[in-house]
Write a protein that binds this ligand. Structure first.
Ligand code: CP
Ligand code: NVA
Length: 304
């Protein structure tokens, strides 16, 4: 079986736990090292990762490239619009060709189905680098960040405030697998996908009231109100206006609560400067941890 990493709900809790533990250990083992030095075990030695981007990216692009280098491998990066894929070459044919040329593929795609089709046709591991439906690598980095600062996520309560989007979906997928509670506050028109909510089961609670979700939470998390590909900008800004995270809302969370945001942030919209730049914010560690979490994901995929 090829080890794809397409969605968190496809993996069991033990696998996710092992990936998180590896990420934390790899980060610790290279503290103080130059960023280009290869990890002692070099699990991607002689391996090549291809990255395909159908949408913009800063963190995913740089962190995957840094990750594969730190694992001892190399990368090839392309925007889909520069590939024949962008002129209509079938996803499946692209997957068959790249499977002959590289050892793993990371894709950021507009349509989740395209990543699933790519994986079906690929004989090398495929990693979801964000789609309209989910962002599993982001959530692995986020959970790693919480654990780095506050210990195991199991038993904790995380609050998601804002759009019930792709990033929220991956948190929903993770909650029952890793045993944390997820309280989501969103406007009724922008709730998470119902299939995802069903996957979350009793680990996930939905409300329209931000204060109710944040009350006593160990972490408060938000994201942009308008994701890449969303068309209804004005309606979103109106509906989500009451869901901004400010210091007053943070004060409702647990005393040692942390703030996370996958970035890019829209300061003054979903989060205030005071929160994102404040003492409870872990957003820069969270961004760095994309490298460490994805190294563990890559190592797991390549070990298959
Ligand atoms: N958080 C995240 O995925 O950022 P990029 O869009 O910059 O990759
Ligand atoms: N929800 C955002 C995340 C960006 C990293 C988007 O899909 O645009």
């Amino acid at each position: 079986m090829v080890r794809h990493f397409l969605d968190i709900h496809r993996h069991d809790g033990e696998t996710l736990r092992a990936i998180l533990d590896d990420a934390l250990a790899r980060k610790k083992a290279r503290a103080g090292w130059p960023k280009g030095r290869v990890d002692a075990d070099a699990p991607a030695k002689d391996r090549v990762l291809a990255m395909i981007f159908e949408k913009n990216s800063t963190r995913t692009r740089f962190s995957f490239d840094a990750a594969i280098r730190q694992l001892g491998g190399a990368s090839i990066i392309a925007n889909a619009s520069d590939m024949q894929l962008g002129r209509g070459e079938p996803v499946e044919d692209t997957a068959r060709v790249l499977s002959r040329m590289v050892d793993a593929v990371m894709i950021r795609a507009n349509r989740h189905e395209d990543v699933e089709r790519f994986a079906q046709a690929s004989s090398v591991p495929v990693i979801n680098g964000l789609t309209d439906r989910s962002h599993p690598c982001q959530i692995m980095a986020d959970l790693m960040t919480i654990e780095e600062h506050r210990g195991p996520v199991t038993g904790k309560t995380l609050a998601w405030v804002g759009d019930g989007n792709n990033v929220c979906a991956s948190f929903i997928h993770a909650a029952p697998k890793l045993g944390f509670t997820l309280k989501i506050a969103c406007p009724s028109d922008y709730h998470p996908d119902l299939h995802d909510l069903a996957r979350g089961g009793s680990a996930v609670h939905l409300t329209s009231d931000p204060e109710e979700a944040v009350n006593g939470a160990d972490a408060v998390i938000t994201d942009t109100w308008v994701s890449m590909g969303d068309a209804d900008y004005d309606a979103r800004m109106r509906a989500l206006e009451p869901y901004g995270v400010d210091e007053a809302l943070m004060d409702r969370a647990a005393q040692d609560a942390v703030f996370l945001h996958c970035l890019p942030a829209h300061r003054g919209e979903e989060v205030t400067d005071a929160v994102i730049d404040g003492p409870r914010s872990l957003v820069w560690d969270e961004a760095e941890n994309r490298i460490h979490a994805q190294k563990a994901v890559l190592a797991w995929c390549l070990a298959g």
